[in-house]
Design a protein around this ligand. Structure first.
Ligand SMILES: *[C@@H]1O[C@H](CO)[C@@H](O)[C@H](O)[C@H]1NC(C)=O
Ligand SMILES: *[C@@H]1O[C@H](CO)[C@@H](O)[C@H](O)[C@H]1NC(C)=O
Length: 220
């Protein structure tokens, strides 16, 4: 009897599980889990235009429109940096000097060791200043960043930045930040994308999924 009950319950669970997976919040109802738009931001830690874009446009766009669930955000803290060889070792230089390499590498370690939403919130906080705000920001957010510190202290900046640089260098950027939807870099569209990020996001989303996201009807 127990055995039969056990089997029946297992069946029960099988029936319940898939349906409970469908209970989604309204903003997800239209957009299933995999309906995410790929958005890559190529930026630099000490670049005023990058700080401005991330702090004043991107952060608000993602949060005010509830777009986190429909965005696959990738951050590349490299910009117009580059690699060179010196005494047999690969080194990295950065547009705003050595301090920026330090911070770019620290951002890379944050991106590598935290989930993207937490990493982005931390980087958003750190970009309010030109100095290293990791201590203050992580403390005020109650975030454990020991893995990011370990990443930063155990490797060279060039090693840490190598995978980011590999992607950014392919684009041959002329302006930082550069924003890339779905790996389709539009060098001449950058000013418009920076200034009208929300409209471009909505257009790209519609193009990819044939869905007008809730807040997009007022924007498009
Ligand atoms: C540095 O040297 C290595 C090994 O010779 C080479 O593969 C790499 O392309 C060089 N990097 C640069 C930036 O010149
Ligand atoms: C896009 O969606 C609209 C309205 O839901 C539908 O009428 C149209 O056929 C769709 N287009 C494509 C290409 O799927």
């Amino acid at each position: 009897m127990n055995k039969i009950f056990g089997i029946w319950c297992a069946l029960c669970l099988l029936l319940i599980l898939p349906t409970s997976g469908n209970t989604q919040s309204p903003e997800n109802a239209q957009s299933p889990e995999n309906s995410k738009l790929l958005v890559a931001i190529h930026y630099e830690a000490l670049c005023p235009d990058s700080m401005n874009f991330i702090r004043r446009r991107l952060y608000d766009a993602l949060n005010d429109n509830n777009w986190w669930s429909v965005t696959d955000l990738k951050l590349y803290p490299f910009g117009k940096a580059g690699f060179y060889n010196s005494s047999g070792k690969t080194q990295v230089y950065c547009q705003h000097g050595e301090d920026e390499c330090e911070l770019n590498a620290l951002h890379a370690c944050i991106i590598e060791t935290l989930d993207i939403r937490k990493a982005f919130d931390l980087i958003y906080c750190m970009l309010r200043s030109y100095s290293n705000e990791l201590d203050k920001c992580s403390r005020s957010m109650g975030l454990d960043v020991s893995k990011a510190r370990e990443c930063k202290s155990s490797r060279t900046n060039a090693e840490i930045l190598e995978p980011y640089g590999r992607e950014t260098l392919k684009l041959e950027l002329s302006f930082v930040p550069s924003i890339v939807f779905e790996n389709n870099f539009k060098p001449y569209g950058q000013r418009s994308i920076r200034n009208n990020f929300e409209r471009h996001f909505c257009q790209e989303y519609k193009k990819k999924f044939n869905i007008t996201l809730p807040t997009c009807s007022a924007i498009l």
